[in-house]
Each structure stands twice: as structure tokens, then as C-alpha cells.
Design a protein around this ligand. Structure first.
Ligand code: COA
Length: 203
């Protein structure tokens, strides 16, 4: 089994490290934040290393960019050599074998990814979020904890769908939009901006 290096050392990286340890697919898991002075362990059994040294020592072994911020995750992911980026899936997530999951995705505990759903490069489906059948999640989008996407929803690149938001069947959210926590999205969001409330309106 290869070693897994996580790029990131914040709260999201802790969650990913925990999932990666439980996934049991790696012989070792280490982490590296952007801070060169970093030391110690991210979690017990997950040593932190200085970024440049960690990447050099790691060679072409698998890397996961464990940064919650969509723009930063995109930047770090696209800087890696093709083929090095891997997904981390918590063993208690339910991911249909008929769903598509691109490299670099993170799927947290109790998340559901239903048949014919697709997650593009670097997407996150966080704790307890539901991505129902035929949803399309574009690259580096983040479906936050407890959000529910009904069937056929489409979420654009880099979109944050906030915690506990609800997206009704078939709606689409364009790239550059943010959906606030607890929002109910009842119709397509076609212009970038921040949308919140029930029903969701542009702030
Ligand atoms: C919607 C959101 C993006 C707005 O953030 P912001 O642009 O910094 O906006 P502000 O906090 O300045 O709030 C602006 C106004 O919107 C209201 N507001 C903020 N978030 C709201 C929400 N989720 N639902 C309803 N109203 C909201 C604020 O009360 C404020 O109202 P006011 O002008 O009457 O005082 C943010 O509050 C949010 O919900 N983010 C999602 C966070 C999340 O789920 N992260 C997941 C991490 S894993």
C-alpha cells in the first residue's frame, strides 16, 4: 500500500486525515501545511512535515489536497503532476458504484452519493450531505455538511453549497455562486453572487 500525503493542516485536513486512517488504503498518512515552521502531529499517527521536503521525499506517491477553501484547493491541486491526486472516501460514506468520482475528491462520513451522480476533480461532499441521483458537481465545488441536493441538481465549478442548504430537483447553480447555510434553492441560479434564505435570494 502506498503512503498518502495530505496537503493542508487545518480543520478540514484533520477530517480528511481521520477518514484516510479509517479508509485503510494507505500504509501511512502524513500532512503538510503551507507553514514551513510546522511540526508535530495533525492527529495521532499523522505526522506533519515541511511542505517542500515532504513533496520531495514523497516522490510520485498519492497526494490529496485537504483544503476546504475551494480556490486554494484548486490552485494546489492543479500544481501537482497529473496522476498524483487521489480521492479520500470515509468508509461510512455511501457511494454508489454507479456514481462517478474524479480524482482529488473527498467524501466524508454519512455522506451519500447516489447512482449516476458525478463529482468532478477535487469536489468535496462533506459530513451527512446528500448528492442524489443524476446530480453533477463540477470541479472544486464543496457541498458542506448536511446539505441536500435532490435529483438532477447541477452545481458549478468552485461553488460552496453551505451547511444544511436544500437544492430542489433539477436546479442548477452557476460557477461563482455561493449558497448560504440553510438556504432553500427553488430555482436556477444563473448569476454569480451569494444567495441565502428560504427561498434563496441574492444577498
Ligand atoms: C451566506 C454567507 C456566505 C454570507 O456570508 P457574508 O457574505 O460574509 O455575509 P454576512 O455574514 O456579512 O451577512 C450578510 C447578511 O446576510 C445574513 N446572512 C448571512 N448568512 C445567512 C444565511 N445563511 N441565511 C440567511 N441570512 C444570512 C446576515 O444576517 C446579514 O444580514 P443583515 O445584513 O440583515 O445583518 C454565509 O453566512 C454562509 O452561510 N456561509 C456558508 C458557511 C458554510 O456552511 N460553510 C461550510 C463549511 S464546512
Amino acid at each position: 500500500m502506498p503512503n498518502l500525503l495530505l496537503l493542508g493542516a487545518g480543520g478540514h485536513a484533520c477530517v480528511v486525515a481521520d477518514a484516510a486512517l479509517r479508509q485503510g488504503a494507505w500504509s501511512a498518512v502524513s500532512a503538510s501545511g503551507a507553514d514551513a515552521a510546522v511540526s508535530g502531529e495533525l492527529l495521532p499517527g499523522v505526522p506533519q512535515q515541511v511542505r517542500a521536503a515532504a513533496l520531495t521525499a514523497h516522490g510520485m506517491q498519492p497526494v490529496h489536497v485537504a483544503i476546504g477553501d475551494n480556490a486554494a484547493r484548486r490552485r494546489e491541486s492543479l500544481a501537482l503532476p497529473k496522476g498524483q491526486l487521489v480521492s479520500v472516501v470515509h468508509p461510512q460514506a455511501s457511494v454508489s458504484p454507479h456514481a462517478q468520482v474524479a480524482p482529488g475528491c473527498f467524501i466524508a462520513a454519512q455522506a451519500v452519493v447516489a447512482p449516476r451522480a458525478s463529482l468532478a476533480l477535487g469536489a468535496i461532499v462533506n459530513h451527512g450531505a446528500v448528492v442524489d441521483h443524476d446530480c453533477q458537481i463540477a470541479a472544486f465545488a464543496h457541498i458542506a455538511p448536511g446539505a441536500t441536493l435532490a435529483g438532477g441538481v447541477s452545481v458549478g465549478a468552485g461553488v460552496l453549497v453551505g451547511a444544511g442548504a436544500r437544492l430542489l430537483p433539477g436546479v442548477s447553480v452557476c460557477a461563482g455562486a455561493t449558497v448560504g447555510a440553510g438556504a432553500v434553492v427553488t430555482e436556477n441560479i444563473a448569476e454569480p453572487g451569494t444567495y441565502a434564505g428560504v427561498p434563496a435570494r441574492r444577498l
